[in-house]
Write a protein that binds this ligand. Structure first.
Ligand code: G6Q
Length: 557
């Protein structure tokens, strides 16, 4: 593979950039009445308007050429064929198989995985039907009212985000709770609100070794047994989702109550697998299947559409344009929908954990920027907080505005205010406000010439700040499935162009190792270990307040 910086399209883009960096989008709109139509694409219930970007058709052609020179087609084919695209862990990353709603087989390591996927889906559906209908009873023969999901990262965020986004579709009897933080306040607060007789715990962990999850799971089990006084009751109240059957059995969960998934499903791409069990319980089998359908429709589009009409490819290329040419170090996700309030956090993990890498597939250090810092918040709240920097600060941070066209039961008058604000912000970021406009406005308010001169520099907005607007037909399972798959594929495309592995996460693995030694020191089960002076003092400061649980005399070395 030719290194990115030596590909002809990369060089052509740099020369194009020397002109493009001075364009103002106002002028681009004025020069081309067809611009909005030209740069809008509709697909799978989503409309993407990307006309408010610092691009022309030539920019897009060059970016598409870059994708071609990066062998994107071949890499997409490899992903759908179950190839080992996760090179460092030598495994497939084939979450698309989980939502393969066609009759086509999908093969991974020589095996058609569709029968196994269907069989787990069927088990999940049977279980969900029983819980939702009230046939699944707790140890005092009462139906389940509360579901507590215990997991972290990829075993938490996807289901949490989807359950909150689609709560309008939820079962009226069921309350969902998500516990990820090992800080006990989250667990304590939840356990205060539920009853052991009517609560189902789902322990979700791909590895079933994650310290935070297992600690929360053990505490939840103790809490439960303290009330049920009978180990046999566990079977009615604890289920697990994992790839590690042995560890699940050791924890004390009946293998009958374990839902399986596989190594080739990455944590942050796993909500389509049994990790989505909370979604199926909360929203029902049909809605879960519609979520898969929406994602599958986006998969087909991604696989089949040419780059110039391919939504994930277009989003990816726009990102490359800003990150690698304009030097934009961050990207904002701004949903104008309260139910999507965890979407920024979800995309943050998806993008930063996938493409927060600096090593090429050949093991060289990259010579260009990779993933931006993803951040965001519901747009309407952001407007009253951090949007100031986006309007007038010194950083360029492209923004994805996301909203649903349908008001899904909004109170009268609310939805149009929300949408008016979103459209107005996108327009303001693009147009800005020039000196003539500010002068006219201030004079109209009756300010004298001297006051206008004094205040003018502060009131001018350069504008020219890029954004995409993504409109969902409605916030329903199918559109949400398509939206999530859109971002998954966008991130994959960027990883291909940067020639990095989007599917490993050595930083996460390191985090899992690092704390264990210090944990033993804090508990007093090992002698003080060598640390830098700062860490040593911090540990000592902590121990001065919290005596170790185990006296040093009995410490194991
Ligand atoms: C996701 C990451 C990470 C992982 C969590 C939980 O892609 O690898 O967020 O999901 O660390 O891991 P377990 O599911 O193994 O507990």
């Amino acid at each position: 593979m030719t290194p990115l910086t030596e590909r002809p399209a990369w060089k052509a883009l740099w020369s194009h950039f020397t002109r493009a960096r001075d364009w103002h989008m106002r002028a681009l709109f004025d020069a081309d009445p067809q611009r909005a139509a030209r740069f809008t694409i509709e697909q799978c219930g989503l409309t993407l308007d990307y006309s408010k970007n610092r691009i022309t058709s030539q920019t897009m052609t060059l970016l598409q050429q870059l994708a071609k020179e990066s062998d994107l087609d071949a890499r997409i084919t490899e992903m759908f064929a179950g190839g080992h695209i996760n090179r460092t862990e030598d495994r497939a990353a084939c979450h698309v198989a989980l939502r393969n709603r066609s009759d086509e087989p999908m093969s991974i390591d020589g095996e058609d995985v569709m029968p196994r996927i269907s069989s787990v889906l069927e088990r999940m559906a049977r279980f969900a039907r029983a819980v939702r209908s009230g046939d699944w009873l707790g140890y005092t023969n009462q139906p389940i009212t509360d579901i507590v999901n215990i997991g972290i990262g990829g075993s938490d965020l996807g289901s949490l985000m989807v359950c909150q986004a689609l709560k309008a579709f939820s079962h009226p009897r069921l309350n969902m709770h998500f516990i990820s933080n090992v800080d006990s306040s989250q667990l304590k607060e939840t356990l205060r609100r539920v009853h052991a007789q009517t609560t189902l715990f789902i322990i979700e962990s791909k590895t079933f070794t994650t310290h935070e999850t297992l600690t929360n799971a053990h505490t939840a089990r103790e809490w439960f047994l303290h009330r049920a006084h009978d180990d046999r009751a566990i079977a009615r109240h604890f289920v697990a989702v994992s790839t590690n059957g042995r560890a699940v059995a050791e924890f004390g969960i009946d293998p009958e109550n374990m839902f399986e998934f596989w190594e080739w499903v990455g944590g942050r791409f796993s909500l389509w697998s049994a990790i989505g069990l909370p979604i199926m319980l909360y929203l029902g089998e049909q809605n879960f299947l519609k979520l898969l359908d929406g994602a599958h429709a986006m998969d087909r589009h991604f696989r089949e559409a040419p780059p110039e009409a391919n939504m994930p490819v277009l989003l990816a290329l726009l990102g490359i344009w800003y990150i690698n040419f304009f030097g934009a170090g961050s990207h904002v996700i701004a949903p104008y929908d309260q139910d999507l309030h965890r979407l920024p956090a979800f995309i943050q993990q998806l993008d930063m954990e996938s493409n927060g890498k600096r090593t090429t597939l050949e093991g060289q250090c990259v010579e260009y920027e990779t993933a931006p810092i993803i951040w965001g918040e519901t747009g309407i709240n952001g407007q009253h907080a951090f949007f100031q920097l986006l309007h007038q600060g010194t950083h360029i941070s492209p923004i994805d505005f996301i909203a649903s066209l349908d008001s899904h039961g909004s109170l009268p008058g609310h939805h149009e205010i929300l949408m008016a604000n979103m459209f107005a912000q996108a327009e303001a970021f693009m147009r800005g406000r020039n000196a003539d406009e500010v002068i006219a406005e201030l004079r109209a308010q009756g300010l004298d010439a001297a006051s206008v001169r004094r205040i003018l520099p502060f009131r001018v907005f350069d504008g020219n700040r890029p954004s995409n607007t993504l409109l969902l037909e409605r916030l329903d399972p199918s559109c949400l499935g398509a939206l999530i798959a859109l971002y998954e594929h966008k991130i994959f495309v960027q990883g291909v162009i940067w020639n990095i592995n989007s599917f490993d996460q050595w930083g996460v693995e390191l985090g899992k190792q690092l704390a264990s030694t210090i944990h033993a020191e804090l508990r007093g089960t090992c002698a003080p270990q060598p640390h830098d002076a700062s860490t040593r003092r911090l540990i000592e400061r902590y121990l001065a307040v919290n005596a170790p649980n185990v006296p040093p005399a009995t410490a194991q070395h």
